[in-house]
Ligand binder design. Structure first.
Ligand SMILES: Cc1ncc(COP(=O)(O)O)c(C=O)c1O
Length: 339
């Protein structure tokens, strides 16, 4: 099966499993798991943040960040396509008890000017603008990355207006590799960062939330309250360390594969539009006459899995467990489909 539904479907390689087997373990609720501490410190150092917190999922990292940065009746500013708005089951309302101010950005990317224009005035009847969330790369926008200069401007606007800035960096390393920027370029821009190890980097589970010591101290409590305090979890953190040490450079291959798929799709008469991929995600629309289900079923008959992403929209995501031969096979299947 060629599974292009998501980059979360990867299975740990033998070498990663070996690293997991060798992990030194302790009880992480007591903050005594040496491998978890190593992973948290490693990422904190990479991103020049004070410290980190290992969490089971990117969603939990984001939800903790929303809750720690805000108090009830505050408002969060983000793009309309953001994961925190679209795919976290309105957790911002349930967990942080905040409102959300949605911006119509460019494929999921907002600008500093838009942030400025969406800060609430100081009236009793308005929520308090407290937190801005940027997603880099933006999943629903087609995996596009932010222009570094715009991020710097957004960060500046946040600092000038007493707003916190959280980066949903579930696929930050894809952005880094594709944009040719370096980690140092992002130092000092964000109050908190969420990094997923279980997407393009190929770990089976795990995300790390980064921030100041005081932020993470509070985040530890919130994680516990969410049921996310884990015990001998170094076995999973070891997979994360392995992923950081071995799989970042490989993301480039996924980006090349996405380009090949997009170029093949754009030649097909049954495809209306393809978003030009910048990283590993390919999003495309079918022509109105073609039912998405019929096309997905056709792909399934060729042992290919893709995911419906809208009424006429499909997403394919390239990842570590997809090789060039499989991409060529997908292209052959796309070429032989007729409506
Ligand atoms: C941009 C973004 N943020 C956060 C998440 C949440 O990650 P998880 O599935 O680990 O909860 C995802 C998942 O796909 C994502 O695409």
């Amino acid at each position: 099966m060629i599974d292009l539904r998501s980059d979360t479907v990867t299975k740990p390689s033998t070498a990663m499993l070996e690293a997991m087997m060798q992990a030194k373990l302790g009880d992480d609720v007591f903050n005594e798991d040496p491998t978890v501490i190593e992973l948290q410190d490693k990422l904190a150092q990479m991103f020049n943040m004070e410290t980190g917190l290992f969490c089971p999922s990117g969603t939990m990292c984001n939800q903790i960040a929303l809750k720690v940065h805000t108090v009830p009746l505050d408002e969060i500013i983000c793009d309309r396509l953001s994961h925190i708005y679209y795919y976290e089951t309105a957790g911002y309302a349930a967990n942080a008890q905040c409102g959300i101010r949605l911006i119509d950005g460019d494929q999921g990317r907002i600008t500093a000017q838009q942030v400025k224009e969406n800060i609430q005035a100081d009236f009793d009847w308005l929520p308090v603008s407290k937190l801005v969330v940027v997603e880099n790369t933006c999943n629903k926008g087609g995996g596009v990355y932010y222009d570094l200069e715009e991020l710097k401007k957004i960060s500046q606007v946040c600092k000038e207006n007493n707003l916190r800035l959280h980066l949903d960096g579930a696929r930050f390393f894809n952005a880094l590799v594709a944009s040719g920027t370096s980690l140092e370029d992002y130092f000092g821009l964000f109050d908190s960062i969420s990094i997923c190890l279980s997407k393009g980097l190929g770990a089976p589970i795990g995300s790390v939330l980064l921030g100041s010591k005081s932020f993470i101290k509070r985040a530890r409590k919130v994680r516990k309250a969410f049921g996310g305090g884990m015990r001998q979890v170094g076995i999973l953190a070891a997979a994360g360390i392995y992923a950081l040490e071995n799989n970042i450079a490989k993301l480039k291959v996924d980006h090349e594969h996405a380009e090949i798929l997009a170029s093949c799709l754009s030649k097909q008469s049954y495809v209306q539009k393809v978003i030009t991929p910048q990283t590993n995600i390919v999003i495309f629309d079918l022509i109105p006459e073609l039912e998405v289900v019929r096309f997905i079923d056709y792909l399934a008959s060729k042992n290919i899995k893709a995911i419906q992403f809208g009424p006429k929209t499909i997403r394919m995501v390239c990842h570590l467990d997809i090789n060039r031969e499989q991409i060529i096979k997908v292209c052959e299947s796309l070429d032989s489909f007729s409506i």
